[in-house]
Design a protein around this ligand. Structure first.
Ligand SMILES: [Zn+2]
Length: 177
């Protein structure tokens, strides 16, 4: 199973709204895809990964909030996930993103979210509540499926500062490569 390349911002796939997984796409191929995404997430290491981050424009995500020996105990692979219910109270969390290296921003999220999704193997419906840290991860990954990265939530100043820095680094890479 290959570890996939993770796109970094700015990139057009990260900015597009992902499309629904269609009925004929469920099955072994999609299961293999989420398995590769999981391997990529664990290797990074990260706690969540959305398909657009590996240049796949579909509404698919994986997440696992566990650390070290807890890895794998709370693993989820979701197709066409959406929040169907949420608490009124919120939680503030410092978020980072594999697609926006060396960037951190505090965001306000729902503290509890109920998510409905489809199983990647057969498309059957699933539903579960996620709380606190797990709820933050789900909302972060759902943002990716809507073409939103952390940068889009930052002030215009902070965003342009980051993008300037990235373009400078990329130029330097071209020179040294
Ligand atoms: Zn992210």
């Amino acid at each position: 199973m290959p570890v996939l390349d993770i796109l970094t911002a700015p990139h057009p796939t990260l900015e597009k709204r992902a499309r629904d997984v269609e009925a004929d796409e469920f099955g072994d191929e999609l299961v293999q895809r989420v398995s590769d995404m999981a391997e990529t997430m664990y290797a990074a290491p990260g706690v969540g990964l959305a398909a657009p981050q590996v240049n796949d424009p579909r509404r698919v995500l994986v997440l696992d909030p566990g650390e070290k020996e807890e890895r794998g105990r709370r693993f989820f692979a979701m197709a066409n996930p959406k929040i169907v219910e949420h608490s009124q109270d919120t939680i503030d969390w410092n978020e980072t993103c594999l697609s926006v290296p060396e960037f951190e921003i505090e965001l306000r999220r729902w503290r509890r979210v109920k998510v409905a999704w489809q199983d990647c193997k057969d498309g059957s419906p699933r539903e579960s509540w996620f709380e606190d840290y797990e709820a933050v991860i789900v909302q972060h990954e759902l943002d990716h499926l809507d073409g939103t990265v952390l940068l889009d939530k930052a002030s215009r100043f902070k965003r342009s500062w980051y993008l300037r820095r990235v373009s400078k680094l990329k130029k330097r890479e071209r020179v040294t490569a």
